[in-house]
Each structure stands twice: as structure tokens, then as C-alpha cells.
Write a new protein. Structure first.
Length: 326
């Protein structure tokens, strides 16, 4: 990494412990979903946002509130509906009769963790207002900019089953989400544990605070220094180029999505205790980071193809870099 001191092994070990503490404590409320919690924590430390496509009652709100509790930050939930206005999300200017001045009343986006529940039920203008904040980390009202807290992560949800009264997120807006994943139902043993009277599952109030927003923000900035070798960068680029050339896709991976993939693999590698990235890191995160940004052709959809299947084929045919010393 030219001109920048690479992340040391001691710094990586410190981050791995922090990541592990966050995941462990969130898992006390969201049982049996460690892989999902790890993925969302990776997105947070990579400075990105998460799209959860899942049916109601699988723990989306619990995940968002537990994550906020673990990092000692604030959390707000916004239920997106067709009549929700942009100002209901970002905030607005109001007249204060006591002082006789116009002051800004902050909206729910001024939180460390924002749960945007059923984001596809709001009109496009409201969706755009949230997505603009996600990109810029700033709300501008009456020409004055207001910065959201750091760290700032939006966990947005969509119900993949019930599509009545929804507004599909355009591809340009989907591209703002660093990764997409699903929680799903717990396995048998964990679901029985959740059902057991007196179980602590879902008890967000019992989630311990194991770090601070300031430490999370500092670790996010530090992760930019984690070493990514040139062959890995070329591998990421080759995967992206292969999606653009695949006849089954009418929209391949953008350059922004590939940059997001690099950020994610940096955080993921550090969470595994490594100060460098390996090809397996890329392969592990390709689907959650890239799949929702791709668009199948009509012929491919009719043939039963999936974006995940296309990515599997892409990974199978793109040459993997040979191991090199980090």
C-alpha cells in the first residue's frame, strides 16, 4: 500500500477481538444467526449499509437494536409507508415560539443505527431522501448541512413475498447498499431455545455495551490500511468484468460495487485475524455484495437463471490468483 503504513498484526488482533465481542453480544438476543450477525458487523466496520430481504418476524428489528446497544450508539426505527414524507425521515425546520427563531428538528436518520422497515413501501421521493443521506452522511435543509453521527449504518428491509402497494427500488438505489442478506428462520434447536419461557432471545435491553461509537469509527478508518495485494485487486476487477460480459446479465457489477467489495474483504480478513486479504475472502463476499446490483435479461429470467447462480459460474471461470507472501 504505497505511502501508507499497513495495518500491523497487533492492530488486526485488536480488531478481531472487538469484532468478536460485538458479534457475541448481539447473538445473545438474535440466537442461531451468527453468520448473519458477522456479515452485518463487517458491513458496519466497512462503513456501508445493509439490505435485508426477509419475511416479518425473523428478527430484523432485534438485529438493528442489538447492534446499536452493543456499540453504545443510538438506534431508531422508521416504518416506511406510502404517506411517509422525506422530512419525516431526515428532519425539518420548525418555528420556535419561545425564541422566535427557526430551528432544525432532526429526523430519525440522526442515529448510529437506523432500521428502515419495508423501505419499498414508501414513495420514490422518500426513498431517495434516505438514500441520499446514506451516500453523503449529510442532511441539507434550507441550505444548511447537518451531519449524521459516525458510525452511521442503515439496515433496510424488504418483504420478498408481499409486493402489493410497494415501490421497487431502482438499480441505482440498490447500488447504495453495501451488501444484501437474509436472516431466515432459526434451525430447530435454536428455535426451541427462542420459544422456551424465560429465554433471553430478543431481549435487547440485556445486550451489553462492549465498545463505543468512537472506537467503531476509528476502527473503520484504520481498516483502509489493511493490505490488499495487487493480484487480489486484479481478481476483483476480473470478477466484475466477467459479470459485464455475461450474456445472461443486462447490468453487471459497477466500479462502486467493486470498491465496496474491497472494503468488505478488508474488514472480513481482519475479523479472521489476518492483516492481508486472500481469494477466499473475495469468494465468500461476492454474492452478498454484488448479487443485488446485477440485472438478469428477460430470457435468463424465463430460463430460471438467478443472479446468485450467475455469480457462481463467474467465480468458477475466473482464474484465482496464486498464493503469494503477504
Amino acid at each position: 500500500m504505497t505511502g501508507v503504513e499497513a495495518l500491523s498484526e497487533a492492530e488486526v488482533a485488536s480488531f478481531r477481538m472487538l469484532h468478536g465481542r460485538v458479534v457475541d453480544t448481539v447473538e445473545t438476543a438474535l440466537r442461531g444467526k451468527r453468520a448473519v450477525v458477522e456479515l452485518v458487523a463487517v458491513a458496519m466496520f466497512a462503513g456501508g449499509h445493509v439490505l435485508l430481504e426477509d419475511v416479518p418476524g425473523t428478527g430484523k428489528t432485534t438485529l438493528a437494536r442489538s447492534l446499536a446497544a452493543a456499540v453504545g450508539g443510538s438506534s431508531r426505527r422508521v416504518q416506511f409507508t406510502p404517506d411517509l414524507l422525506p422530512s419525516d425521515v431526515t428532519g425539518t425546520s420548525i418555528y420556535d415560539p419561545q425564541s422566535g427563531e427557526i430551528r432544525f428538528r432532526a429526523g430519525p436518520v440522526f442515529s448510529n443505527v437506523v432500521l428502515a422497515d419495508e423501505i419499498n413501501r414508501a414513495a420514490a421521493k422518500t426513498q431517495s431522501a434516505l438514500l441520499e443521506v446514506m451516500e453523503e452522511h449529510t442532511v441539507t435543509v434550507d441550505g444548511v448541512g447537518h451531519t449524521v453521527p459516525d458510525p452511521f449504518i442503515v439496515i433496510a428491509t424488504q418483504n420478498p413475498i408481499d409486493l402489493d402497494g410497494t415501490y421497487r427500488l431502482p438499480e441505482a438505489q440498490l447500488d447504495r447498499f453495501l451488501l444484501r442478506t437474509t436472516i431466515g428462520y432459526p434451525d430447530g434447536e435454536h428455535e426451541v431455545d427462542v420459544l422456551r419461557p424465560g429465554s433471553g432471545a430478543g431481549a435487547v435491553s440485556a445486550v451489553a455495551t462492549v465498545t463505543s461509537p468512537e472506537e467503531v469509527a476509528a476502527q473503520t478508518r484504520a481498516l483502509y490500511r489493511l493490505h490488499v495485494a495487487e493480484p487480489i485487486l486484479r481478481y476483483v476487477r476480473a470478477v466484475g468484468a466477467a459479470t459485464r460480459d455475461d450474456h445472461r446479465l443486462r447490468l453487471g457489477a459497477s466500479t462502486r460495487s467493486l470498491r465496496g467489495l474491497v472494503r468488505c474483504v478488508q474488514a472480513y480478513a481482519a475479523a479472521q485475524g489476518r492483516h492481508y486479504v486472500v481469494p477466499n475472502d473475495v469468494q465468500r463476499l461476492v454474492t452478498p455484495v454484488l448479487a443485488h446490483r446485477l440485472m438478469l435479461t428477460r430470457e435468463a429470467m424465463l430460463a430460471g437463471e438467478t443472479r446468485e447462480g450467475v455469480l457462481d459460474d463467474v467465480l468458477a471461470r475466473v482464474e484465482v490468483p496464486r498464493p503469494t507472501s503477504a
